[in-house]
Design a protein around this ligand. Structure first.
Ligand code: CP
Length: 311
């Protein structure tokens, strides 16, 4: 994995199944560190990671912070809403400021697709995309793979159904293409207004506008958050209709895919895409995803900033 050293992770497109597998193996080594009584190692001591978030985040931002702490790196958090971005400072000047402060890597969340690649071109230091517009969320895709690999042992041959607001979902794009590359059979499902026809071929996935057809026989179901903050185009008749047609409840689950693993990237709109009881099912892997997220982000930072084998 030495080839990752000094590079940026803006999406998962350039990673082969074997490279993804290696990152997941490193993440397992990182999970072993997290399980120690004192989960601290000096692997990245002396390194500084700047977390630059132009959008809200709980899981991604704080798991990167924790990953830095465990590996001995310093992290600086810069929320756009409390920074000079509110005075009109550009992304270019914000990135230059971060580099001038001595940051060794930048973790960026931004509402515009392509912002991470642009920042990487400007920065000259590794940039990790923590979600850019509707484009990609590569560490989310990796943690989804890790959580499923842990629970099912393999990825190849699994039937994955990704359900809901695909249109606005960078999570769906990163996960669907990565699962397909790792040999899973991926189906995208959602109302036609939230599932662009080109999404299937672009991501190596089948498209199914019928929820029951997508869930039937699935090994893994990824329910997507309905991104209500991005629904200003009137794409849905009403929330109640969406819930009735696309919400997943226990009765549907037991009838169509009782043995499936349930994923959701979070945060969940309880009672919209998922009935609240779904989160308490033994098959819910939502908290396993969060745990996997810390290990994956440790692995990614380690490979970009150090480059050796994990552990
Ligand atoms: N899944 C995810 O990106 O969650 P946050 O927005 O809380 O980081």
């Amino acid at each position: 994995m030495g080839w990752l050293r000094g590079s940026s992770l803006c999406d998962l497109d350039g990673l082969s199944a074997a490279a993804i597998d290696e990152i997941l193996d490193t993440a397992e080594s990182m999970a072993e560190i997290l399980g120690r009584p004192i989960p601290r190692v000096p692997a990245l001591r002396g390194r500084t990671v700047l977390l630059l978030f132009y959008e809200a985040s709980t899981r991604t931002r704080h798991s990167f912070e924790l990953a830095c702490k465990v590996l001995g790196a310093d992290s600086l958090s810069l929320a756009a809403s409390t920074s000079s971005v509110v005075k009109g400072e550009s992304l270019l000047d914000t990135v230059r400021t971060a580099v001038a402060m001595g940051a060794d890597a930048l973790v960026l969340r931004h509402p515009c697709s392509g912002a991470a690649a642009q920042a990487a071109a400007w920065a000259g230091i590794p940039v990790v995309n923590a979600g850019d517009g509707t484009h990609a969320h590569p560490t989310q895709g990796l943690l989804d793979l890790l959580a499923v690999r842990r629970l099912r042992g393999v990825l190849s041959g699994l039937r994955l159904a990704v359900v809901g607001d695909v249109l606005h979902s960078r999570v769906a794009r990163s996960a669907a293409s990565a699962f397909a590359r790792c040999g899973a059979e991926v189906t995208l499902s959602g109302p036609p207004t939230l599932l662009p026809p080109e999404a299937g071929p672009a991501l190596g996935a089948r498209v199914c506008h019928d929820l029951e057809g997508a869930l039937r026989g699935a090994d893994v179901v990824m329910a997507l958050r309905l991104q209500r903050e991005r629904q200003d185009d009137g794409l849905l008749p009403s929330l109640a209709e969406y819930r009735a047609r696309w919400g997943i409840d226990r009765a549907r689950w037991e009838r169509l895919c009782p043995g499936a693993v349930l994923l959701h990237p979070g945060p969940v709109n309880r009672g919209v895409e998922l009935h609240p009881e779904m989160l308490d099912l033994p098959r819910s892997a939502v908290e396993e995803q969060v745990r996997a997220g810390v290990a994956v982000r440790m692995a990614v930072l380690y490979h970009l900033l150090n480059g050796g084998a994990g552990g």
